[in-house]
Design a protein around this ligand. Structure first.
Ligand code: ZN
Length: 115
């Protein structure tokens, strides 16, 4: 789909070619409608995928894991996911997990307050 350009339509009107200008405006309207429909479909698809992802996401000891038919992937950064809905894989840094996305570190064993 090639969209008629606004500048071309203005030029047509300036040239007094209103019939062609009208044709182009109609084509532009049709294209806008198609894009609106496509946009709605994509939003719906994103919503579905986000729901699917939420179902598979497990919060464990301060970090996220993705569960997929029995196997577990990760860990992923809690901060990046909760803030930007981004799954950023954490890097093994000895006794910490480290996130290159937000430079946040997570202790592998969560802090437990003294009893
Ligand atoms: Zn992060």
């Amino acid at each position: 789909m090639t969209l008629p350009r606004y500048k071309d339509i203005v030029d047509l009107i300036k040239q007094g070619n209103t019939a062609e200008a009208q044709k182009q405006i109609l084509a532009l309207r049709e294209a806008a409608l198609e894009l609106q429909e496509e946009n709605a479909e994509l939003k719906e698809k994103i919503g579905r995928l986000e729901e699917e992802l939420k179902d598979r996401l497990v919060f464990e000891k301060g970090v996220y894991y993705l569960e997929d038919s029995g196997s577990k992937e990760g860990p992923y950064c809690q901060r990046c996911y909760d803030k930007d809905t981004k799954l950023v894989r954490l890097q093994d840094d000895g006794d910490h997990w480290f996130c290159y996305g937000c430079s946040h570190g997570y202790p592998k064993v969560p802090y437990s307050p003294p009893v």
